[in-house]
Unconditional design. Structure first.
Length: 73
């Protein structure tokens, strides 16, 4: 496989986020190949407990992406 070299320092923050999204979309096409590390379960349980206790809120993913992009642009 041919190596791809990108000059990441020349990309804007938003361009880097877009690149990460494209990479993740491609990597996650086959979920069976993805294995979460054990610590993910602990983090998810902690976040669920915080949400159930009213200490955390949730956002729709599209809303969250817009909020992040707005903050960084």
């Amino acid at each position: 496989m041919k190596r791809v070299d990108l000059s990441l320092s020349q990309l804007s923050f938003v361009q880097k986020l877009n690149l990460m999204e494209a990479l993740w979309a491609d990597l996650s096409r086959d979920e069976k190949k993805l294995k979460s590390p054990a610590w993910h379960e602990t983090v998810l349980k902690d976040r669920e407990e915080a949400f159930m206790a009213g200490k955390a809120t949730v956002s729709d993913w599209e809303q969250a992406k817009r909020r992040i992009k707005k903050k960084v642009s």
